[in-house]
Design a protein around this ligand. Structure first.
Ligand SMILES: Nc1nc2c(ncn2[C@@H]2O[C@H](COP(=O)(O)OP(=O)(O)OP(=O)(O)O)[C@@H](O)[C@H]2O)c(=O)[nH]1
Ligand SMILES: [Mg+2]
Length: 388
């Protein structure tokens, strides 16, 4: 009997222990699983995306649901500043990188005696700043004649002389209008091209911002289908300002993405469609042919109003050959010169326009979202020469 009671006592103890342990194990879990999930406020989707989701079959599938915390923090669509006066605002940045050239030239031209050695130095300074051989010769010849006429020179005369000469070379008379208004009801179509890493995607994003800041509606086309990351990069720019981004499958046909982007722009009655393309070496014939096809396919839908060649100002004369080949394939109508904040070789503005016969229309002056400005020759030259 005692043994019997003993066994029952042991069973009770074991049962009690079991219940206790289960309670201990369950409690912490129940803490995390029991409360109903907090309501997750939906991130405001860009308005146009919302309306048209799924309308174009190449649109990216909706992004996987982000964790609740991220959704709460999803940024509002930004209202970017307008483009007016950008270059003045960024003038200091330009001055920082370019005054060595301007000051050097001013110092040399102010010398009492301008002998051959000094002229050689002037020539060297211009060549080093990527002005290019032919424009440098033209400038030096011109300056020699004008200095002779002046005789003795005051610093302000030298400055005025150099300012006029640089402006002549940059040619303020060139039409630098970015064609962002198409005739009729269709959107203006811009194609952005260039070699790898020059700043195409960044420039596309910055330009979309600035156009939106100017009150236009923009559709972006991610025709760089080589890497998924490229479309994501553009998507980030688009999302910030509420511009829909038309994308295609990775390794898909870039021409078809470009076509779809333009179709979307037309359907949405957008003001501008900007198509970003993959970086490609001008020496790779296959890739250059592909670019030609992108343009031709777009043209089945709408005229391409602007082909922007994005050139990295730090690559100097290398950029020139690239520019020529791109020009042959897609007929460039404007140059976006990037990274001018990081080089003293501002002379490339002169050489590239001269070589290509195409104006610099935009300049990139930093990595910030609003560090892109319509190119203004006078502001550029004044930044180059420093304050009077
Ligand atoms: N300092 C400076 N950096 C710039 C400027 N424009 C672009 N960049 C930087 O250049 C790098 C390359 O820019 P992307 O826009 O990715 O270049 P991409 O031409 O699209 O490159 P791929 O698509 O790989 O050919 C990035 O780190 C940009 O922030 C500029 O005006 N100034
Ligand atoms: Mg890119």
């Amino acid at each position: 009997m005692d043994g019997y009671i003993g066994i029952i006592a042991i069973i009770i103890v074991v049962l009690l222990l079991g219940v206790g342990t289960t309670a201990l194990l369950v409690r912490p879990r129940s803490k995390t699983t029991l409360p109903p999930p907090a309501p997750t406020p939906q991130a405001p989707a860009p308005p146009v995306e919302e309306e048209e989701a799924g309308a174009v079959d190449t649109l990216a599938p909706p992004a996987p649901a982000a964790p609740a915390e991220e959704l709460v923090k999803a940024p509002e669509v930004e209202v970017p500043p307008p483009s007016a006066g950008r270059m003045i605002r960024l003038r200091a940045r330009l001055a920082r990188s370019q005054t060595t050239l301007g000051r050097g030239l001013l110092e040399l031209l102010s010398r009492d005696r301008l002998d051959d050695d000094v002229w050689d130095e002037i020539e060297e300074t211009l060549i080093t700043a990527d002005v290019g051989v032919a424009p440098t010769r033209a400038m030096v010849e011109d300056l020699k004649t004008k200095v002779k006429v002046l005789g003795s020179r005051t610093p302000s005369e030298v400055r005025a002389l150099l300012r006029a000469e640089l402006l002549t070379q940059i040619d303020p008379g060139l039409d630098r209008t970015l064609h962002t208004s198409a005739p009729g009801a269709r959107p203006a179509v811009l194609l952005v091209v260039g070699v790898n890493g020059t700043g195409k995607t960044t420039t596309t994003g910055k330009l979309a911002r600035s156009l939106i800041g100017d009150g236009k509606t923009v559709v972006l086309g991610a025709a760089d289908t080589f890497r998924a990351a490229a479309a994501d990069q553009l998507q980030t720019w688009g999302d910030r300002v509420g511009a829909p981004v038309v994308r295609g499958p990775e390794a898909g046909d870039p021409a078809s993405v470009a076509f779809d982007a333009v179709s979307r722009g037309i359907a949405d009655k957008a003001d501008v469609v900007i198509v970003d393309t993959a970086g490609r070496l001008h020496t790779k014939t296959g890739l250059m042919d592909e670019l030609g096809k992108v343009k031709r396919v777009i043209e089945k839908k709408a005229q391409v109003d602007e082909v922007l060649l994005v050139l990295d100002a730090t690559t100097g004369q290398n950029g020139m050959r690239q520019a020529q080949v791109f020009g042959e394939v897609v007929n460039i109508t404007g140059i976006a010169l990037t990274k001018l904040d990081g080089t003293a070789k501002g002379g490339i503005v002169i050489s590239v326009q001269r070589e290509l016969g195409v104006p610099v229309k935009l300049v990139g002056l930093g990595e910030g979202p609003d560090d892109l400005a319509p190119f203004d020759p006078e502001v550029f030259v004044d930044a180059l020469l420093g304050d009077a």
